[in-house]
Design a binder for this molecule. Structure first.
Ligand SMILES: [Zn+2]
Length: 432
């Protein structure tokens, strides 16, 4: 037991070293000296404008000054990033570190939890190197609370990765969205989620997950989506009372509940129950959007995964189905923007390659949101949703030094977020 743990950590440290350039390792070792970052521009997310030029003073883990120019203390290391824009590290509010692209989608059945945990450490590194310095992991899909090991190893500096909020397994009903519904029952294939069928079971599962180290609760409220003659439908999984019980039990220990919820009536039950976010949100009635506005519940659209599925479908028929669902989601997103609900940015990365998910920001802009609003949704609303409001998501004195650089101005071309050239998290440089 002990030996395998040691082997794992040796591997983990090797991954860390492989992932860092020599200069980054040096930077990590000299993190004590103040750092001044200089670039042609600095993004003021809240105001939706860039400051020219841009400078940040970083001392230890934090930003201590930000603006067009900052004091350069004696002994500070000055890093000139040239014609790029300094901006806060990106936030992905919907990821699956324990999933990777797989044609057969049998990874949760075929791969052991230790194997999946090793792959999750690589996914965390890839996301960080792409500029994502904070993420919300929306379920290990059958790897139980193994995500606590990944989060803790990142927090201890053993492996590179984003700041993480994790849920452990998601919660699902018998025969629900993530249950193993299509296998020979005699094989007893397990669900990809923790099963709970009533309030007592929900409370019990949440208590187990909290004990195991989860930061929040993820529940599947809908599943088995379809579009027939232009009408979207999806069966709900939990009643409003069951979701309310989950929200209350999570709140008892200072936690929140996020739901996979694609359409009515599940989305309305979730809104009434007071969930923290409505993930996917393909179809929201005016009444559901009214409740979401009133309770400040953001929608987290997930376009990038749908585009990937449409582009990588096994058959033309499947591609057509996926594309129809994406088109429906995009039209619905326009109605949601018009109705004035708020948004965070979540890509559902995992089933498509980690490190490529800035595509989500591009798609949100393509479907009608201004670049300034996409960046505010990602950074300001994302920080709030992850419970890090006032500490990440903006470049301000007192905030964590989670900083990236992009080549160009993201307000003019949001696509530059797909080409991050510099990554710092908590004052440590990971990519340059
Ligand atoms: Zn997901």
């Amino acid at each position: 037991m002990r030996r395998s743990c040691t082997a794992f950590f040796v591997l983990a440290v090797s991954i860390l070293l492989a992932g860092l350039s020599a200069s980054a390792q040096q930077a990590a070792q000299t993190a004590g000296a103040p750092i001044v970052l200089h670039a042609a521009r600095l993004l003021d997310v809240a105001a939706g404008r860039v400051v020219m030029p841009g400078e940040l003073l970083i001392e230890g883990e934090h930003i201590t000054a930000a603006g067009a120019s900052v004091a350069h203390p004696a002994g500070a290391r000055v890093i000139d990033l040239g014609d790029s824009t300094l901006m806060p590290g990106l936030i992905d509010a919907h990821v699956h570190l324990f999933l990777h692209p797989s044609a057969e989608d049998l990874q949760t059945v075929e791969e052991s939890v230790p194997q999946r945990t090793i792959l999750a450490t690589l996914a965390a590194r890839d996301d960080l190197m792409a500029g994502f310095t904070a993420e919300r992991d929306m379920g290990t899909e059958g790897a139980g609370s193994a995500d606590t090991a990944v989060r803790n190893a990142i927090n201890q500096g053993l492996i590179p990765g984003p700041r993480l909020r994790i849920s452990g397994n998601a919660i699902d009903i018998l025969g629900g969205h993530e249950d193993a519904n299509h296998y020979n029952p005699a094989q007893h294939v397990l669900s990809n989620a923790d099963r709970a069928n009533n309030i007592d079971e929900i409370v019990s599962v949440i208590r187990e997950q909290v004990k195991d180290g989860s930061d929040f609760v993820k529940m599947y409220e809908t599943g088995h989506d379809s579009i027939t003659n232009g009408i979207f439908s999806t069966p709900y999984q939990y009643t409003e009372a069951e979701l309310k019980a989950a929200v209350d039990e999570a709140a008892r220990t200072g936690r929140v509940v996020a739901v996979h919820a694609t359409g009515e009536p599940g989305v309305r039950y979730a809104a009434e129950a007071g969930v923290a976010s409505m993930d996917h949100a393909f179809d929201l009635s005016p009444e559901t959007m009214r409740i979401m506005r009133e309770k400040h519940i953001p929608a987290v659209p997930t376009f990038a995964i749908m585009e990937y599925f449409a582009d990588h479908a096994a058959t033309p028929e499947a591609a057509k189905r996926e594309r129809a669902m994406l088109d429906y989601h995009a039209e619905s997103f326009k109605k949601q923007m018009a109705a004035g609900i708020s948004f965070a940015v979540g890509s559902d990365v995992g089933p498509f390659p980690h490190g490529t998910q800035a595509r989500e920001l591009v798609l949100m802009h393509q479907y009608g949101m201004s670049t300034a609003d996409v960046l505010r949704a990602d950074l300001i609303n994302g920080a709030k949703l992850l419970g890090w409001e006032g500490t990440i998501g903006e470049l301000k004195a007192g905030y964590f030094a989670d900083v990236i650089a992009v080549p160009g101005n993201p307000l003019d071309d949001i696509g530059v977020t797909q080409h991050v050239t510099f990554v710092m998290k908590g004052g440590v440089i990971y990519k340059r």
